[in-house]
Design a protein around this ligand. Structure first.
Ligand SMILES: *Cc1c(COP(=O)(O)O)cnc(C)c1O
Length: 734
């Protein structure tokens, strides 16, 4: 475990870790912290932000400040019964909240954690999915098998069912209206959970309000579609989920007295909230009959008022990420007035019979952020009429979550990096360590610890899969599980390349296997063994994505045989934050091969950069900013200009041949620099350059500071000073 997590020696006893208010009793913070954060979120004038996201990913097995504190203080039980319950739960309770599908949710979680660390008054809103996101099993023949995820919010640390202050025996509920075709109201009801993202010093927190519609007082069809994140069995299920998120925002604020002045839409999923703001404003101006009386101009004026409250982050140029819904479907769910507003604000030029919710979000906001510099160019091309308000805030990752324990200990040991936990900008000093032979050698040792951890995990998994083969009908996904002569097939000293992300066609997971003969030639000719480690899920409705998983599985045997056993391909099922952290820190290089410019940002490469692991990537997303002329890794692939033509995802435009050929020209150089380490060891230079050049930039503290400049908040002098310092490091929107 990492030491020195806190700059001050511990001075808290378990009693300071518990606090109550009218909503419930919470663990991990003091009463003073609870009261002051709650006050900041409810001041009448409004001085906070509500962050609205379809998913939030923040598993405790990768970041757990309260558990760390309990261990540090050596608290295992206390005499107080209530305290004991919490101590037990936090030390031994489940570590997963499967309320995320991938990058978008993890970014949301990382962002909220940084807001907590920086003491920015923010409250998150999302749904609580009783069946989470699907769990992935993998069979070598069938490919991905998806099953429901079992978890229980009732026994999950840092998650609390809120009490109704009027009747504390009952949970706090909100009601949101749906409308049938005759505009009769059908109510959906949710009980409210609160999840806390507590700062690493336990002196601040960001609450997330999670809406649980799986309660008996909601209609069956609402309960059904609110169980699983991104349930898209039908357009209707999808549209209802979106509505549940967006239409809940105002009722949550009213019920809890939250006074956020700015609403931040993390992707357009919750954009329905703008219709509520429009309706509220028109009602105030025109009166209770506003639905009938409002003219088109009234609605447009109201939209301009609503826009002043909204900050919108757009996350992808890919069509599947943009929400469109048939007009008839919306007529079935919303009031006639909704359709009138959508006719004005959500026109879809390409599909006139649909509403385009991405367009609605683009239209009604005061600023739109794209998630990298290149993505800003792409977004301006896609939405030229909104060009003037599109800016860039390049994504980051929460450094305290993603830096491995071994690397964290190493960083703690060098005074050049002092205070890196509070202030990731100090990583710029790592350039002074470039010539330190002590640092270089400790760095290699820490890296080896991380690689061994990953390789151990894989070797154990391969054995388990082999046993499973005899006990279940699942055929192990990896060819190596079928070779039973060697019990520990992978070696941590072998060059290990990692690739893990959502499987969708433009990410081209199978790109580097486009010509197995060339690839194995490189490996065999030089006698350079390679471990290829893969992981990732494809959405259950994404058939092409699942086909790519099957293709990866099929390659294992051929690759092994053609390389005389030098190339080993491993697929790790069930990609989640824990596996991600092991992979990004344990591999020797991180591969990213999307078709430029379709990867808006990408974040897993940033996680590896924070661990000093170089990237090998096409010039897409964040890598355009993180590549630093090759100091931090390698590039390959076609560097097209941003034209509408290159936004296509159709198979014939994915440039497999061209970009894989480019990969085959750089790959031998990478292997050579890994295996032929001489006295000046170019490989470690790249690692240290990642610490010096990329760590200060690609973290969510810097990103959050850039967002604060869009939020219009009054902050204390101490907080402002810290934010200003972070803002000076980097301006994404230059
Ligand atoms: C970081 C992360 C992602 C997103 O990675 P990208 O590179 O942005 O695709 C997805 N899933 C998990 C579990 C992650 O940790």
């Amino acid at each position: 475990m990492a030491k020195n997590i806190y700059s001050q020696p511990p001075d808290i006893s378990a009693g300071d870790l518990i606090a109550s208010n009218k909503w419930g009793t919470f663990f991990g913070i003091s009463q003073k912290t609870l009261d002051s954060v709650w006050k900041s979120l409810t001041v009448p004038a409004g001085n906070s932000v509500m962050y609205i996201s379809m998913e939030i990913g923040a598993d405790r097995d990768v970041f757990h400040p309260v558990m760390t504190k309990l261990r540090e203080l050596g608290i295992t039980k206390t005499t107080n019964e209530m305290l004991n319950h919490f101590v037990n739960l936090f030390l031994h309770g489940p570590t997963k909240i499967p309320n995320y599908g991938g990058g978008l949710g993890i970014l949301a979680g990382d962002t909220l954690k940084s807001f907590a660390d920086l003491k920015i008054p923010v409250v998150g809103v999302s749904l609580l999915y009783r069946k989470g996101y699907f769990s992935q099993m993998v069979d070598s023949q069938v490919g991905q098998i998806s099953t429901a995820t079992d978890w229980s919010p009732e026994n999950t640390p840092s998650l609390y069912l809120l009490k109704n202050p009027e009747n504390p025996e009952l949970p706090l509920e909100i009601e949101i209206p749906f409308f049938d075709k005759q505009d009769r109201v059908i109510s959906a009801r949710a009980q409210l959970w609160l999840k806390m993202e507590i700062s690493s010093n336990l002196d601040y927190f960001v609450p997330e309000i999670l809406l649980d519609f799986s309660i008996p007082s909601s209609p069956d069809w609402v309960r059904a579609v609110s169980q699983t994140l991104y349930d898209s069995v039908s357009d209707e299920a999808k549209a209802i989920q979106r509505r549940l998120l967006g239409a809940s925002v105002m009722p949550v604020m009213e019920t809890m007295g939250l006074t956020a002045k700015t609403l931040h839409l993390n992707e357009q999923h919750g954009v329905i909230v703008v219709l509520n703001i429009i309706a509220q404003w028109l009602e105030k101006k025109i009166g209770p009959n506003f639905r009938e009386k409002a003219t088109n101009q009234d609605i447009i004026n109201a939209a301009d008022v609503a826009a002043k409250k909204i900050v919108f982050t757009i996350h992808t140029p890919v069509k599947a990420g943009h929400d469109r819904f048939p007009k008839g479907l919306i007529a079935h769910l919303g009031h006639a007035f909704c359709q009138k507003a959508l006719d004005l604000l959500a026109k879809d030029e390409e599909f006139p019979e649909s509403y385009n919710f991405t367009r609605l979000a683009m239209r009604v906001n005061r600023t739109t952020n794209s998630v990298s510099r290149l993505h800003k160019e792409v977004t301006c091309k896609q939405f030229p009429e909104f060009k003037d308000k599109i800016t860039a805030i390049t994504n980051g990752v929460h450094h305290l979550t993603w830096i491995s324990d071994a690397k964290a200990e190493l960083y703690d040991d060098f005074s050049e990096l002092k205070n890196w936990r509070q202030d990731p900008s100090v990583f710029a000093n790592a350039k002074k360590l470039m010539t330190s032979s002590t640092f270089r050698s400790y760095f290699s040792q820490a890296w080896l610890v991380d690689t061994e951890k990953l390789i151990d995990y894989i070797n154990t998994m391969l054995i388990q899969h082999r046993i499973q083969m005899h006990e279940t009908w699942i055929d192990p996904p990896n060819y190596l599980s079928h070779l039973d002569e060697d019990e520990r097939p992978l070696d941590p000293r072998v060059f290990t390349l990692g690739f893990a992300r959502r499987f969708s066609t433009y990410k081209r997971a199978d790109l580097i296997f486009d010509d197995i003969n060339i690839l194995t030639d490189i490996i065999v000719t030089n006698n350079y063994p390679v471990n290829f480690i893969y992981a990732g899920k494809a959405h259950p409705q994404d058939m092409p994505g699942q086909t790519i998983i099957r293709q990866i599985l099929n390659i294992g045997k051929e690759l092994y045989e053609k390389s005389n056993g030098l190339a080993k391909l491993i697929f790790i099922p069930g990609y989640d934050m824990k596996i991600a952290k092991m992979m990004v820190s344990g591999v020797h290089a991180w591969l990213n091969s999307p078709k430029r410019p379709l990867e808006a940002s990408g974040t897993s490469g940033m996680k590896s950069a924070l661990n000093g692991v170089p990237n090998i990537s096409t010039m897409d997303g964040w890598w355009v900013e993180g590549y630093h002329n090759g100091q931090t890794g390698w590039k390959f692939g076609y560097e097209s200009d941003v034209e509408n033509a290159c936004l296509s995802e159709s198979p014939d435009t994915l440039l497999y041949e061209q970009d894989s050929a480019s990969f085959y020209t750089v790959f031998p150089k990478i292997l050579r620099s890994f295996y032929n380490r001489d006295s000046d060891d170019l490989y470690i230079n790249k690692s240290i350059a990642n610490l010096a050049l990329n760590c200060p930039i690609f973290n969510t503290h810097r990103m959050a500071a850039e967002y604060v400049s869009r939020y219009d908040l009054q902050l204390t002098a101490a907080v402002s000073k810290k934010i200003e310092k972070l803002q000076k490091i980097y301006q994404s929107d230059r």
